[in-house]
Design a protein around this ligand. Structure first.
Ligand SMILES: [Zn+2]
Length: 369
């Protein structure tokens, strides 16, 4: 029998605290300890389950908006007048290292299913290697979702981390992550048909398409209560296959999304509509001559908006222009929640094709196939 302590000894002590881990490590016959990791604003590995600190501490807000020093100010009531703090991964390893060397296991859950935390995996691997614990802490597989990634990125991740990298698909409207999941074959994702009916339709006519044909994915939820969805259009383009998979499963398989039936872009895991960017520009008096350039460097998305100035703006001096750019950066951040690089360019310099500006240039090549 294997016994795991979930978030430490969390029934008797506040979850994911050094106290809970210490008490868990004292339990006889324990196989391992499960814990959850996130990144602080300044890039430290913090051990906490929720993405918000509200439930477990006296603070409020998203963990990723706190620096480590700020996080350490938050109090966790441990009863009998004791106060615990959110621990770092290092502190937990300091505490558990002797037990790990005796054979205790740790199962680390990386909390980036909903929010991307750039570089978190590398940090954890670095920490484990630094301490020579690589054979004590077993990383076998990673599940990567929330944004499109390529086969190239899969190879990169698998090689760097020495794990198998699996794809997962989900939609907030339906259930969040876990609508479909890759199997050991890594050739598409099995849809959980005990919860969803999946169809692929022609996005223009609504006609249901047979297996093998590319179309818009549509879901009907079977088990969802209070918020059922009937033939919900995802706007994601993909192909379905009902053929029995060599892994043995018979649940229908979907390809990775191959594109969108609307113009939505997913940048750094955030949904971005060109119309949102246009609204910000128009609100500040810019003409609608702009171009959005999305790219990916070192597995991280970048987005730049080039905007043509009006002839009046063009006569402004460099200081005024950079102040204008900054204002746009701030307003776009407020609208989209991500940093967008802004470049104001001279009137009539954005290339037009047949008189029209090409609105979006996506250089990431995410949707191959
Ligand atoms: Zn399979």
């Amino acid at each position: 029998m294997k016994i795991w302590a979930h978030r430490g000894c969390s029934l008797m002590y506040p979850e994911n605290t050094l106290l809970a881990f210490e008490k868990a490590a004292e339990l006889k016959g324990l196989t391992g300890i499960e814990l959850d990791i996130q990144l602080t604003k300044d890039g430290y590995l913090a051990v906490c389950h929720d993405e918000k600190v509200d439930r477990t501490t006296d603070g409020r807000g998203m963990l990723r908006d706190f620096t480590l020093a700020e996080l350490k100010e938050l109090r966790i009531d441990a009863g009998e007048g004791r106060v615990e703090r959110i621990p770092t991964m290092e502190e937990v390893l300091d505490l558990l290292e002797p037990r790990l060397r005796e054979g205790l296991q740790i199962n680390i859950e990386l909390k980036n299913s909903m929010l991307p935390y750039e570089g978190m995996e590398e940090k954890i691997i670095g920490l484990i290697r630094e301490r020579g614990l690589q054979d004590k802490i077993q990383l076998k597989a990673g599940i990567f979702g929330a944004e499109a990634w390529t086969e190239e990125m899969r190879h990169d991740i698998e090689e760097k981390l020495g794990i198998k990298a699996y794809d997962i698909y989900g939609l907030t409207e339906i259930s969040g992550p876990g609508v479909s999941f890759e199997c050991s074959e890594q050739t598409g994702m099995h849809i959980n048909e005990d919860h969803f009916i999946a169809e692929v339709i022609n996005p223009k006519t609504g006609e249901v398409l047979p297996d093998g044909e590319k179309g818009e994915l549509v879901f009907t939820s079977i088990t969802k209560e209070a918020f059922p969805l009937i033939r919900y259009r995802t706007r994601d383009i993909c192909i379905l296959s009902h053929e029995k998979c060599s892994c043995g499963r018979t649940h229908v398989k979907m390809t990775k999304p191959l594109g969108r039936s609307d113009d939505m872009l997913i940048v750094k895991g955030v949904n971005v509509f060109p119309s949102q960017i246009e609204t910000v520009l128009l609100n500040q008096g810019y003409p609608a001559n702009y171009q959005i350039i999305v790219d990916r460097h070192h597995n991280s998305d970048t987005i730049e908006v080039q905007v043509e100035m009006t002839p009046e703006m063009f006569s402004d001096n460099a200081g005024v222009v950079s102040a204008r750019e900054k204002k746009l950066v701030d307003d776009l951040k407020a609208m989209l929640g991500i940093f967008v690089k802004v470049k104001l360019v001279n009137p009539k310099t954005i290339t037009r094709s047949e008189g029209k500006t090409v609105r979006v240039i996506d250089r990431r090549n995410l949707y191959q196939g």
